[in-house]
Design a protein around this ligand. Sequence first.
Ligand SMILES: NC(=O)c1ccc[n+]([C@@H]2O[C@H](COP(=O)([O-])OP(=O)(O)OC[C@H]3O[C@@H](n4cnc5c(N)ncnc54)[C@H](O)[C@@H]3O)[C@@H](O)[C@H]2O)c1
Length: 385
Amino acid sequence: MQDADGKVLRFGMVGGGVGSFIGHVHRKGAEFDDQAKLVAGCFSSNFERTLNTGAQLGLDRSRLYRDHLEMAEKEAAREDGIDYVIICTPNYAHYAAAKAFLQQGINVVCDKPLTVTVEEAEELARLADEKGLLFGVTYAYSQCPAVKHAQQMVRNGDLGDIQVVVAEYPMGSLAAPVELEGKMPWRMDPQYTGISNCVGDIGTHVEHTVSYITGLEISELCARLDNFGGKNRALDTNAHILLKYKFGAVGNYWCSQVAIGYDNPLRVRVFGSKAAIEWCQEIPNYLIVRKLGEPPQLLARGHSYLYPEAGQMTRLAAGHSEGYYEMFANFYAKFNSALLKRKQGLPLTEEDLDFPDVKAGLRGVKFVSRCVESSKQGSVWLKFD
Ligand SMILES: NC(=O)c1ccc[n+]([C@@H]2O[C@H](COP(=O)([O-])OP(=O)(O)OC[C@H]3O[C@@H](n4cnc5c(N)ncnc54)[C@H](O)[C@@H]3O)[C@@H](O)[C@H]2O)c1
């Protein structure tokens, strides 16, 4: 089953060159548990840069490609071709790359937002389904043991009926017009980013983390997007979103990139009829639980009092911090294990497929589209589906 290196799956990357923000996080995550190995790539639209990245990562020159089309075709034709591709280019390029690999019968992991239009995301979901291929989307925050425990609490009825959700993702990264200094170059450009910057970039994380924990489905939303932080910015940097979910619960989300002094504290609070939970990405190893009539509890990752599903997602003893890399590793552990099982011809269970997938990616793109549309129309309530 294992190759000469003792690794099992082979993957390639489109985007994620040396110096990119998220590329190395994917590489570390995918290889964390020694189930997969990077063997190919088109790491940049500039071939020289792809060659440099490939050399730094010790890849064979023959498996470095000028573009995603050449890579998809040539890797599909090889006997030792990649089992899956990881796509972590700027948003606009996700769709074409994902489509090319699916068409060649290669499984896909793509970063969020999945695509820049709903139609593109729908097409990818359809193609993956038709071809019977695995398609993961790296909403990594949901892959944290404390978040898994929160999800299990909801599923087991520990919170009672969910009534209210409050979630926020404040960052200060675009509080000043840094794009004028050549920083974060593509993020404020609709050609590369799509119709939304703030909701697309971090609002999608809020949407997915809430959905993952609660299982709630949005029925309607009302959004106000603003382009604060610089003159003539074409895209949003702040969003307030009100939500109604199916079966009566309500919520509000705030995401901002002009929240001076904030780094990455994605925070989700869920209030049920019996108890409430609170989780924050900057202190990911802990979950606050508030039960009616009782003092608050602070649950810590790594203890046997957590649900076993959360225990399975942890590697270190309690008290040694796990964080961002481990969240990606948890995503890839599930994706790699599912793919290995499929390669052995075994059927996949719901548990095997418990990673954010193309349907979650499509829902995120829909969320972005509805928020932008609601805001454009003067912050009106819009049906989600
Ligand atoms: N899941 C998360 O938590 C998370 C975090 C950060 C970024 N992201 C997403 O990851 C993606 C990349 O973000 P980033 O911050 O790493 O961007 P980045 O600008 O730092 O890196 C982009 C990389 O893609 C390469 N690239 C650009 N166009 C390409 C093309 N046509 N073909 C091949 N390579 C190309 C660039 O050379 C660079 O290496 C975005 O979609 C972003 O939303 C997700």
